[in-house]
Structure formats: structure tokens, C-alpha cells
Design a protein around this ligand. Sequence first.
Ligand code: FES
Length: 169
Amino acid sequence: MSNNRVSRRQFLNYTLTGVGGFMAAGMLTPMIRFAIDPVLQHKGAGDFLPTSQKVAELTDTPVKVSFSFEQVDAWYKSEVSAMAWVYKEGDKVIALSPVCKHLGCTVGWEGSPSHKNEFFCACHAGRYTKDGGNIEGTPPQGPLDQYEVEEKDGLLYLGPIIPNTLVKK
Ligand code: FES
């Protein structure tokens, strides 16, 4: 008979160490993955989203440009629809976010018959100049945000939303 018998104490030690290590790895792996997730994300061409708007057809009157993109929340993917107000100032393309800086309603170009040549928010009568500047005396406390823009093959691409660069402070 062999003398290499494992005592009950050793057996319990090995078993508990193995099970404990397995459980610790199961808990730590998702935490580490979550912590370094931004590093693992693929960046690049996806930063600008294509629209069907031809840049050559833009004028100095803002038009509504709709676009959609895929949004991933953990394991859930969904198609999100969004829009921008886009016009040209000379050769420069301007794309403004339609999200009102008061409480987030959607603003419309000339949305009020009594306020021509302005963006209007019907929720609380917020008003903005064409460059997105909030008009004093109305609820919004800041200008409309802007989209970064790019032209590819004659089509408008919209990038990240940035603070308004057109309004003088
Ligand atoms: S949400 Fe636009 S004015 Fe209030």
C-alpha cells in the first residue's frame, strides 16, 4: 500500500482553494473586461455617420436631415433615428442639433409663424437665431449644439456633437 495518501485536511484544502480560485476568476474577469473596455473598442470610420443629403443641394435655408445608427447597450442592439438642421453659410456646411437646451424638446426651423428666420421650440416658446444662439428672454440658457460635418462622395456625413462654435459669447 502506498504512503502517499492524502489526508482529509489536505483534501479539503485543495478542494476549497480550487473552488475559491475558480469563483474569484469568475468575478474578476468581467470586472477587468469592463475596466479596459474603451481600449478594446474599435474606433475609426464609424465616427462619422452617412446621410442621404447631397451637399451640393444645401442652401442657406436650414433643412431637416434624418439619419440612423446602431446603438449597442451591453448585449442589446437597436436602430436609433436622429436628425440635424443643416444649411450652408458660403461654402461652409453648418449642422445644428435639434435638441433644445432648455428641457430637450425638438426645435423647428421657423416653427412659429410669428418668428421668421429663427428656430423655435414649441414646448415653452424657446427661440434661437439661425446660428443656434439662444434668444434672451426665452427659456433656453445656451446655444444649440453643433455636429461635426464631413463630405464624402458628395454626401453629408455627421460626426460627434460639439458645443456651438458659431455664437459669439
Ligand atoms: S424645452 Fe425648449 S423651451 Fe423648454
